[in-house]
Design a protein around this ligand. Structure first.
Ligand code: GTP
Ligand code: SPV
Ligand code: MN
Length: 605
């Protein structure tokens, strides 16, 4: 029996939803429609079907129960920023950092692509909630997709179920998202393991609250609840309603005295969010509980504090570099019930990637399905290979991680991957200097998006690929949010950089669990327990205030980690000025004033 027949069942009548589903089915012409209910049994059937169709490899249940490996098409391994568009009514609303598309024209472009694009396939209708269903900070949406891989991923990353259809029936606003891999099957044609299309479009309609994605099966292009909705569309909703949708991890830090603090941190893609989210402090007495690893929605509360939720329900994390020595909590999270994409396969039916263990196994099948040995001269796992796993499996997830009202934030961190210039940690004097720091994040490119790895680019608030509206307006919105927080209750803002390198090209700071030493200093600053040294770029720690007990970081490294080279910083200020100049005058005066005072301090300090 076809799966659609097995699972089609009575659900609350939601005319608007059903009309829309009919309309999309009329356009895309699927063979079957399957209303996804999010049940474990449905998930099992979908996974089983994909194994039968050769789309997933079932891993050896002895090592990795309930887990699967997907191998993407070699061309469909990361977000495609050049094919990602914001189709706002006015071009200025998308500018200058997004690709803008005229909404009327792009709908005309998309229509023939989607016409018949689901022929021979099942069209899945997936109702989902971002944040706990019905929560005050939560939002709902529906994804239509012809990819079962996307359905099972959405099932892990969001809350899927009929309660969402109930909310839609009750008239709650919802976001419409349509996804097709763009690979219709003509009768009798053999399907491939990873259907996709060379032509790709990831198009957002912020006014209509719609996302249309064509041609890609990869995470950020296909799990539309994630970057497309929870960041690009949600940032627009947040602009209009007075809150923030951010590319941030969320943690609770518990001090040796037993006091809890909440920290949100924005780092660009593949720059350490999942790692910090699952931090295992190396300094005695400190504990970290995980709340989220990629996205946070933050809203000023009536108490003058900034409250945050993680709208997701799972982790779509970078595999390479995840091992017992770096992120043991992630390794433990991945014990089972995980979908891996583009990692290597071991002969015993388990998975492997660079960094999982110190030594590579002697024989593997690489992410493209070819035989691999350690002297093959290429990575066994794709650098952007990922795991998809439920947040609830994380051994250090906070008990109340899905509390609908969220948690109050004490500190916000901005960071990037910078081999030079940016110190290990520096504190902003106030909200406006903090927003200035956020607006200036720059980072070396990683494998998380197409482009040249290693090249330095500006990535304000780690939101360059994810802000759904005008970046200058977004800066102003951050400043406005600050004004709604009561002065002494606003989170303190810090800039961090785990990636500074020495002259030998090695990292100056051991990173990972040792980052707890930086968190310790940050919390003691929040508590006003330690002083700081003024520098032209912000407040630096006094070395004697850093807890460095039990690690062996040479004095020369410490000096280098905090060295502020005035000349390089003047160049950095020039780059900021050039960057701001691309904003056609929309950079708020307060940030231009921050730049001017930075220049002043660099000159006269
Ligand atoms: P996205 O999921 O793409 O948003 O990435 P992310 O920000 O969650 O990055 P993640 O934590 O997955 O880290 C990406 C890479 O950075 C991995 O290879 C990590 O091993 C490495 N990394 C993370 N933290 C540190 C650190 O403190 N020091 C060093 N040297 N590398 C780190
Ligand atoms: C990122 O690239 O920031 C990710 C992966 O977290 S994706 O969902 O593809 O955007
Ligand atoms: Mn991310």
């Amino acid at each position: 029996m076809a799966i659609a027949e097995t699972f089609t069942h009575a659900a609350p009548a939601t005319t608007a939803l059903e009309d829309w589903v009919d309309e999309i089915a009329g356009l895309t012409q699927p063979d079957r429609i399957h209303w996804v209910d999010g049940s474990p049994r449905e998930n099992e059937v979908l996974l089983h079907e994909m194994v039968t169709e050769g789309k997933l490899i079932k891993l050896n249940p002895e090592w990795r129960p309930g887990s699967y490996l997907a191998r993407s098409h070699p061309s469909d391994v990361a977000r495609t920023e050049a094919r990602t568009f914001i189709a706002s009514e006015s071009e200025t609303d998308a500018g200058p950092t997004n690709n803008w598309a005229d909404p009327v024209a792009i709908r005309e472009t998309l229509k023939p692509l989607f016409a018949g694009s689901m022929r021979g396939r099942t069209m899945y209708v997936v109702p989902f909630s971002m944040g706990p269903v019905g929560g005050p900070l939560s939002q709902i949406g529906v994804q239509i997709t012809d990819s079962a891989y996307a359905v099972t991923s959405i099932g892990i990353m969001t809350r899927v179920g009929d309660e969402v259809r109930q909310l839609i029936a009750e008239g709650q606003p919802w976001v419409k998202t349509v996804h097709s891999v763009g690979a219709p099957l003509v009768p009798g044609a053999q399907d491939v393991a990873w259907p996709c299309n060379d032509e790709k479009y990831i198009v957002h309609f912020p006014e209509a609250l719609e996302v249309w994605s064509y041609g890609s099966g990869y995470g950020g292009n296909a799990i539309l609840a994630k970057k497309c909705f929870a960041l690009r569309i949600a940032s627009v909703i947040g602009r209009d309603e007075g809150w923030l949708a951010e590319h941030m991890l969320l943690i609770r830090v518990i001090s040796p005295e037993g006091k809890a603090y909440h920290v949100a941190a924005a780092f660009p893609s593949a720059c350490g969010k999942t790692n910090l989210a699952m931090l295992r402090p190396t300094i005695p007495g400190w504990r970290v509980e995980t709340l989220g690893d990629d996205i946070a929605w933050l809203r000023p509360g009536e108490d003058g504090r900034l409250w945050a939720i993680n709208p997701e329900a799972g982790f779509f994390g970078v595999a390479p570099g995840t091992g017992d020595e770096t992120n043991v909590a992630a390794v433990e999270t991945l014990w089972g019930n995980t979908i891996f994409t583009n990692v290597a396969l071991r002969p015993d039916g388990d998975v492997w990637w660079e960094g999982l263990t110190r030594e590579a196994p002697p024989h593997l099948t690489d992410w493209e399905g070819n035989p691999w040995t350690p002297d093959s001269g290429r990575p066994a796992a794709h650098p952007n290979s990922r795991f998809t796993v439920s947040a609830s499996q994380c051994p250090q997830i906070a008990d109340d991680w899905d509390a609908p009202e969220g948690v109050p934030i004490d500190a916000i961190l901005f960071g990037g991957r910078r081999a030079t210039n940016v110190p290990l940690v520096v504190e902003a004097a106030d909200w406006s200097q903090g927003v200035f720091m956020g607006s200036n994040i720059s980072s070396e490119r990683t494998a998380a998006a197409e482009g040249t790895v290693g090249e330095l680019r500006r990535d304000p608030f780690a939101m360059l690929p994810f802000c759904g509206y005008n970046m200058g307006d977004y800066f102003a919105h951050w400043l406005n949010i600050g004004q709604q927080l009561w002065f002494d209750r606003a989170p303190r803002i810090f800039q961090v950089n785990w990636f500074r390198k020495g002259e030998d090209g090695g990292f100056l700071w051991p990173g990972f669990g040792e980052n707890s030493r930086v968190i310790d200093w940050i919390i003691r600053r929040v508590e006003g327990e330690v002083g700081a040294v003024a520098s032209p770029i912000g407040r630096l720690p006094r070395i004697e205030d850093l807890n460095l007990e039990g690690i062996d970081v040479p004095k020369a490294n410490l000096d280098a980690l905090f060295a502020i080279d005035t000349e390089s910083w003047q160049k950095e200020a020039d780059l900021t000025e050039e960057f701001y100049a691309t904003f056609e005058g929309t950079v708020p005066a307060a940030l231009r004033a921050e730049l001017a005072s930075l220049r002043y301090r660099l000159k006269y300090a």
